[in-house]
Design a protein around this ligand. Structure first.
Ligand code: FAD
Ligand code: MLT
Ligand code: ZN
Length: 555
């Protein structure tokens, strides 16, 4: 109890605590606003050299040079054949697209295409020669109708922040980016229902709602670049799912365009509508394989005035679980985030991201947990949280902790958690796994993985513990087939054995299309293939992704 109080007091009076961390960041409703595009750009590479399908490039960030590892599709491409049924783009096709979109909407510029062909992880690189940028639904419809008739394969792309290679072409597919469809169409202050186009960037929606006194029901580290259409298509989870649930609950309606150009108007704004099958759910999480999402209607919660954030230390994983249970019981309705990271994750962030400091520097801890509360009465919420923290300290569940005292501290705590993916990219090669695992088993996998890999790699764990979602990341100096063979299929077999999911929130994309059977029964996969065939008989939409191509060619 004394220790908790000490830390609390210490920070309360520490005027210099990380002041410089937040320059350039904007605090909004308890979250860090990172100009994500800028971070994204710093990961780009001016020059590349290729060695056995991998390339290494060097980029300069804030005066420090670091190496960025790249591994392109050497292994996947060698096992994935370009579907010979697909046509190749001709000059007639280009003329047609220019006729409907104008010069501006038809991108052939090599530099822009290089970005659009490469994913955020720098692991997947396609060779598309064409990106189309429609501005209205009718244009999307005309594009798809034409591509379907010509059997031209397409990749729907949003902010290109996906982590499973779903947003970039595998071969020469046409990229369709709806980023120019970025209008907010309506907002109802009484119901909190927002209707917008699919290309709206998540951060812009958050800012818009902030002015209206509302928030988005989802928040994630990629908010500065990802689009709501991409979020819906991946059924993104993020940091608020524990409080506001998944997009299957908050998305009320959608407009989507099918492969043959048919526009499906499912853009309802009703909380309740039981008239037959709720088809919008097919498009939530289907990763662009069934249609292009063009509009979204989403239920947004009102902004509440009292937000608190604690950064806590636990000595073992069992304590993290106990803390979760207690937080649910004692904080109840005000709990709005419960995130965890292990000491390896914290160290990667502190080493690779500028201007961050350990919030609990007096000793090294094995686990860290961020707990956020959001409520409507400051005094009540603070009292509840402080009582909970003191109890947790007294019972030994937490061994140290700080409660953010101002916007700067709040921002820096969130920056530590949200910055982990970026820090890992800077650290070298990353093997990234996104698993749903029963929380009590979650860390066993991490420990087993460490035992398997020994000193060959740094096994880093973090994630949305409150949702049973582990982000298992294996960081190594470079990608090697030897290391990969020690990780896979072990990681998938282990997850399957414990009835987990091999994709909690990132999707299957290209990376895990042929791994779906670890989480879904053969009958379920066959039904999915039949639905795909019904909606996209020529399989032009995001080919080679989500479902194993072999199953699609059979069905
Ligand atoms: P893209 O990456 O462009 O596309 C993703 C998939 O959706 C692709 O298959 C693409 O074909 C399809 N798609 C995109 N737009 C459309 C559309 N309009 N219609 C049909 N299909 C479309 N994910 C989480 O769930 N939780 C997190 O906390 C989280 N944090 C992240 C943090 C970082 C730093 C990064 C880089 C990524 C993170 N992600 C997270 C992963 C990612 O899924 C999300 O960033 C986001 O939902 C992807 O949106 P996007 O617009 O970038 O889509
Ligand atoms: C996160 O929670 O930080 C994201 O899902 C990204 C990641 O897993 O690296
Ligand atoms: Zn996540």
């Amino acid at each position: 109890m004394e220790k908790w109080r000490l830390t609390y007091r210490l920070l309360k009076h520490s005027s210099n605590f990380d002041r410089r961390l937040t320059s350039g960041h904007r605090y909004l409703f308890g979250r860090t606003f990172i100009p994500f595009k800028e971070n994204f750009r710093t990961l780009e590479c001016p020059s590349r050299s290729y060695v056995n399908g991998a390339s290494v490039s060097f980029a300069r960030v804030n005066g420090n040079s670091y190496a960025v590892q790249h591994r392109y599709l050497a292994s996947v491409a060698s096992t994935t054949q370009r579907n010979p049924d697909f046509s190749k783009i001709t000059s007639d096709d280009i003329s047609y697209f220019k006729k409907i979109l104008g010069e501006r909407g038809v991108v052939q510029d090599e530099e822009k295409l290089a970005d659009a062909n490469t994913d955020w992880m720098r692991k997947h690189k396609g060779s598309s020669k064409l990106m189309l940028q429609p501005r209205i639904t009718e244009e999307v419809s005309q594009i798809l109708k034409y591509c379907n008739s010509r059997c031209l394969a397409v990749v729907p792309q949003g902010g290109n922040t996906g982590l499973v290679g779903g947003s970039v072409p595998v071969f020469d597919e046409v990229i369709i980016n709806v980023g120019s469809m970025n209008n907010i169409l309506s907002f109802d202050k009484v119901s909190g229902i927002l209707v917008c186009e699919a290309g709206c960037i998540l951060e812009n929606l958050i800012s818009f709602l902030d002015n209206q006194g509302f928030i988005m029901p989802l928040d994630l580290g990629a908010k500065g670049s990802c689009q709501i259409g991409g979020n819906v298509s991946t059924n993104a989870g993020g940091l608020r799912l524990i409080r506001y649930g998944s997009l299957h609950g908050s998305v009320l309606g959608l407009e989507a365009v099918l492969a043959n150009g048919t526009v499906l108007d499912m853009l309802g704004t009703l909380r309740k509508d039981n008239t037959g099958y709720d088809l919008k759910h097919l498009f939530i999480g289907s990763e662009g394989s069934l249609g292009i999402v063009t509009k979204v209607s989403i239920l947004t919660p009102p902004m509440l005035s009292s937000v608190n954030l604690a950064f806590l230390a636990c000595e073992d994983y069992a304590s993290c679980q106990k803390l979760l249970l207690e937080a649910k019981r004692k904080l109840g309705e005000i709990l709005s985030a419960f995130e965890f990271l292990d000491v390896n994750a914290l160290n990667v962030v502190l080493k690779h991201l500028d201007g961050l400091r350990d919030p609990l520097p007096s000793s090294v801890h094995n686990f860290y947990v961020l707990i956020e509360t959001t409520g409507s009465m400051e005094s009540h919420d603070k009292e509840k949280l402080e009582a909970f923290l003191l109890q947790s300290m007294n019972s030994g569940i937490i061994t140290d902790g700080v409660l953010a005292q101002d916007i700067n501290q709040t921002s820096s705590f969130w920056r530590i958690r949200e910055g982990i993916p970026e820090a890992l990219m800077k650290a070298g090669a990353v093997y990234k796994y996104d698993l749903s695992v029963p929380p009590e088993k979650m860390y066993e996998l991490v420990e087993e993985m460490r035992a398997r890999l020994g000193s060959a790699a740094n096994v880093v764990a973090y994630g949305h513990l409150g949702d049973g979602n582990l982000h298992l990341n294996i960081s190594a100096p470079q990608y090697t087939d030897g290391l990969l063979s020690k990780i896979e299929p072990f990681v998938y077999e282990w997850t399957s054995k414990h009835r987990g999911s091999i994709s909690a929130e990132h999707g299957l994309g290209l990376m895990k299309a042929d791994k779906i059977h670890y989480s879904k029964s053969p009958e379920t996969v066959l039904l999915m293939a039949a639905i795909k065939k019904l909606l996209d008989p020529n399989r032009i939409l995001n080919p080679y992704k989500v479902l194993p191509p072999s199953i699609l060619s059979q069905s």
